[in-house]
Write a protein that binds this ligand. Structure first.
Ligand SMILES: NC(=O)c1ccc[n+]([C@@H]2O[C@H](COP(=O)([O-])OP(=O)(O)OC[C@H]3O[C@@H](n4cnc5c(N)ncnc54)[C@H](OP(=O)(O)O)[C@@H]3O)[C@@H](O)[C@H]2O)c1
Length: 189
């Protein structure tokens, strides 16, 4: 199905009142711009693009997706915003994930991968103490500070959901946002 056909079919549904807004996922900057232009002819906004985005996955910045979304007024829903739990700080070389889970195939959870993120996790812990928050909340708040970004963290239980909701309603100081941006530069590519 072409982008033209898909967006026009979705626009028809908005006009029929069967859906309220239109969102896409994993669209590149070009795909997002194209979808936005097709919908603009029908006076319908492209509301969201759901993309992988966290302190440990910043490719959407280097690929121009964040800038294009800001230019076009499209909200980015950041999926895997805690890097599957890595940014909570609970997985370390001393406390690796369960060896029977899917994470054992992800190099970021290997001993080497966990050692590489140590400086970032140490800074998250430091900021967590400074703001009386958790490293997960600091990581999610950094995403909120990017502007048109809404993180959608996963939660395995009510405590995690409650903790993640506590990432809202306050803001990291700009200097601390910049500090985390600097430390996570290796994950821009
Ligand atoms: N559009 C797409 O292509 C796409 C792709 C992937 C995901 N998604 C969506 O994105 C959402 C989240 O993705 P994700 O599960 O990969 O995200 P994530 O938020 O990076 O990781 C979630 C995992 O981290 C741990 N966790 C979460 N909150 C925690 C807390 N406060 N304290 C300690 N541990 C915590 C939990 O696992 P443990 O307790 O086991 O550590 C949880 O399952 C989901 O809705 C998913 O459907 C979309």
């Amino acid at each position: 199905m072409t982008q033209e056909t898909l967006m026009n079919a979705l626009a028809d549904e908005v006009e029929r009142g069967r859906i309220k807004t239109i969102g896409v996922s994993n669209y590149s900057a070009d795909e997002m711009r194209q979808a936005h232009q097709i919908l603009a002819r029908r006076n319908i906004p492209l509301a969201v693009n759901q993309v992988r985005y966290s302190l440990l996955s910043r490719q959407i910045e280097s690929q121009g997706i964040l800038a294009t979304a800001q230019e076009l007024g499209i909200t980015l829903l950041a999926y895997s915003p805690l890097a599957q739990g890595l940014l909570t700080g609970k997985y370390t070389t001393a406390n690796p994930p369960q060896p029977d889970g899917a994470r054992r195939f992800d190099p970021r959870f290997s001993a080497q991968g966990l050692a590489k993120i140590r400086p970032l996790l140490d800074q998250l812990q430091h900021l967590a103490e400074k703001y009386s928050k958790t490293p997960a909340q600091i990581s999610l708040n950094w995403l909120l500070a990017q502007g048109n970004v809404i993180p959608i963290p996963g939660a395995k239980n009510a405590n995690q959901a409650r903790q993640n909701a506590g990432a809202m309603g306050w803001s990291l100081a700009p200097d601390d946002v910049n500090l985390l941006s600097d430390l996570s530069r290796p994950w821009l590519s």
